[in-house]
Design a protein around this ligand. Structure first.
Ligand SMILES: [Zn+2]
Length: 375
């Protein structure tokens, strides 16, 4: 288990990156200004001809390849990667980081989908989900990843993503703050040696973070799909761990979870080269998360509960959260990150029209004249 010091982190994180929107221009600026202390190359170009960087650090024999923002709007892991790079180039680096650099050579693609990152979309500029293009390999970004895999020949891969606010655990009524997957290598989901190693690494990460995120770490569904890069690599015998940065409470900027991801990266990099024990049983005991949360629930209204999910939009370089009605019904079982008691009142728009699914509801008016602000 890895111990990290939060005070150290707060003085040494990559302060130039924050919030939800991490564009290609932001990565360009950081990579270029960090040279020569950061060893980078341009591995190729995206559909819209933006550079895709690889950064290499460490001097050890064990090779780990990791990539972030394959989905452009999933930037939390990118922030955490740059926090790690900051620590790896710092004069007073923690012992644990030095241990990683002695033992491993890391090849990092901080932003595989710079076009999607800039447009704040999951897909690339050809509207293709890169994580469904692993086998077909039709997109320039995926072709670059395959070239880097072939030339770097990693012993282990970290596939870094972010998940929506909808995931959690019904049993404990907690949200999924981090989740992981040791992807399947075949339809039968055989526990191959590579899978066992990925499961062991995830268990080590879980043990490092479980006390800080009680009932907050989950396991992703392991249905096999060769078009997903993790499954594709596992099929080829390269152990791969999927990281999903999740959500906790009101952390919509994902700055709280960023620190958890930073620790999870460190724990993973410490565990991957060792990986002697078989902790697959403990991995299989980690709870699978479910789609059981929404952003806001207004319970006990005259129409039942109102479930509201934010729609994320890029406006003038900022992500804004637009509250949209997902459902109104007495059957709603989803848990709200924010729970509001409707006090048995009737709620409408400010012009007294009824609320229906798909409506934007920045504020609501109750029949007694009181209001609820939701944005
Ligand atoms: Zn993703």
């Amino acid at each position: 288990m890895v111990k990290m010091n939060r005070a150290w982190y707060q003085n040494n994180y990559e302060y130039r990156l924050s919030n939800r929107y991490i564009s290609a221009a932001m990565i360009d600026a950081i990579v270029k200004s960090s040279s020569p202390s950061l060893d980078y190359t341009i591995a190729g170009y995206s559909v819209q001809q933006k550079p895709i960087y690889t950064i290499t650090v460490g001097r050890g024999n064990f090779k780990i390849l990791m990539w972030s923002q394959m989905h452009g709007n999933e930037a939390t892991t990118t922030k955490a990667l740059f926090d790690f790079l900051k620590s790896a180039t710092s004069k007073n680096m923690p012992a644990v980081v030095k241990e990683i650099l002695d033992r491993c050579t890391l090849c990092i693609i901080p932003q595989l989908n710079p076009d999607g990152a800039t447009a704040y979309t999951r897909h690339n500029a050809n509207n293709i989900d890169l994580n469904r293009d692993a086998a077909a390999n039709t997109q320039p970004e995926m072709q670059i990843l395959h070239r880097v895999i072939d030339s770097f020949a990693p012993h282990f891969c970290f596939n870094l993503h972010g998940q929506r606010t909808i995931y959690g655990f019904t049993k404990t009524q907690t949200s999924s703050s981090l989740s992981f997957l040791a992807p399947a290598a075949d339809e039968a989901r055989t526990i191959t040696l590579s899978r066992k190693r990925a499961m062991t690494v995830i268990t080590e990460i879980y043990n490092t973070l479980k006390e800080e995120l009680p009932n907050g770490i989950g396991r992703y569904d392991d249905t096999f799909n060769i078009n997903c890069i993790g499954d594709y690599l596992m099929h080829a015998g390269i152990p791969t761990v999927l990281y999903e940065a999740g959500h906790i409470a009101e952390d919509y900027t994902r700055e709280e979870i960023r620190y958890a991801v930073f620790k999870a990266l460190i724990a993973g990099m410490i565990a991957a080269p060792k990986c002697k024990d078989d902790l697959s049983k403990a991995y299989l005991a980690i709870a699978e998360h479910e789609k059981c949360f929404v952003d806001i629930v207004i319970a006990n209204t005259q129409d039942g509960s109102i479930a509201i999910q934010y729609e994320e939009r890029l406006e003038q370089g900022q992500i804004v959260f637009i509250p949209v009605v997902l459902d109104i019904s007495s059957e709603i079982t989803r848990i709200g990150h924010r729970q509001i008691d409707g006090l048995h009142k009737k709620y409408t728009h400010f012009d007294h029209t009824d609320i229906k699914r798909g409506d934007v509801v920045s504020a609501l008016k109750a029949d007694d004249g009181s209001t609820i602000t939701l944005s």
